[in-house]
Write a protein that binds this ligand. Sequence first.
Ligand SMILES: CC(=O)N[C@H]1[C@@H](OP(=O)(O)OP(=O)(O)OC[C@H]2O[C@@H](n3ccc(=O)[nH]c3=O)[C@H](O)[C@@H]2O)O[C@H](CO)[C@@H](O)[C@@H]1O
Length: 340
Amino acid sequence: MKFCITGGGTGGHLMIAEALVEAAAQEGHEAVFIGSTSGQDRKYFESHSTFSHVYFLETTGVVNQKGFAKLKALWLILRAFFASRKILKKHNIQATYSVGGFSAAPASFASLSRFIPLFIHEQNAVEGRLNSILKPFSKRFISAYDDKSPIKGYPVKEEFFKKQRVREKIKTVIFLGGSQGAKAINDLALSAAKELQKRGIKIIHQAGERDYERVKKEYEDLGVDVELYAFTKEMPLLMTKADLAVSRSGASTLWELCANALPALFVPFPYAASDHQYYNAKFIVDNGMGWCEREGRELKEKLIELLDEDLQSKSRALLEHSSTDVAKKMILDAYKAVNG
Ligand SMILES: CC(=O)N[C@H]1[C@@H](OP(=O)(O)OP(=O)(O)OC[C@H]2O[C@@H](n3ccc(=O)[nH]c3=O)[C@H](O)[C@@H]2O)O[C@H](CO)[C@@H](O)[C@@H]1O
């Protein structure tokens, strides 16, 4: 079968596109990608990917634009809509999977205009603007936060499941700032470092490129040993070594922690669109799988308090909630929906 996978902008969206194309290829299907010249779409798929063809159309976000810029953004989307219609026809596409983000707009609308079934994956607990508009017209709307979603779980790389284990006692804490690093989490780690050292707890810390040198120097000044990274490619291994995480609640990181059964104290990025990082974390808290505290609260006190908490029940709840092969299930489901 021939799929079109569309959407992108940030790594969070593009990682889902990547998981889907790999699952499609494993099941013997072909997929083309339609993304945008803006955002990270090109960086991910232009030079190397499992897609048979990749297209980057000139589009920009519409939501935060005003006046002439908004008109221009709409005009670009309209142009890209017609270009997408041609691409869908040329490749004889039978189903389109949108992973959201503004770059999904042209191919999603083009699919609907050609009566090609549209499938949508939503990454966050708060629906993105485009996803909300398209939801009523979609064949499936997949969301890990929605009980009614026909497929449960989130497409997470296999390594995170392979290395999962139930946590009991805190011997190591990992601090995670998301792909960019987070100053609030770095400051929290530094403020708690001495106390953690006193209790014999090891620290792993991903500080982000921007703040790395400052954080490194402050640990040196404190005389605390730490396994420090700006950015790491060893996330599954590092998560496995840890017994508690302190983390931003971007969707990918949050579900990787879930797959790994590593309980976390989430400190959401306060400026995420519609505060979605808070609602992502709230889902975990409401299901008894972790903790969440807003930036600016007494974060250090909260963390110290957690060091004596029961990890096992949270870790087991995460384990029960995690589900494997989600991308494969999404592709199989789309195949069945189209072919009956
Ligand atoms: C600031 C913001 O709005 N971020 C959004 C963005 O997340 P963004 O893509 O920035 O963050 P995510 O947590 O979703 O993903 C980060 C990814 O980078 C990996 N990683 C990170 C650091 C590192 O050193 N090594 C490494 O491999 C993590 O394992 C994870 O897979 O899109 C997500 C999906 O729509 C949203 O949920 C996030 O809220």
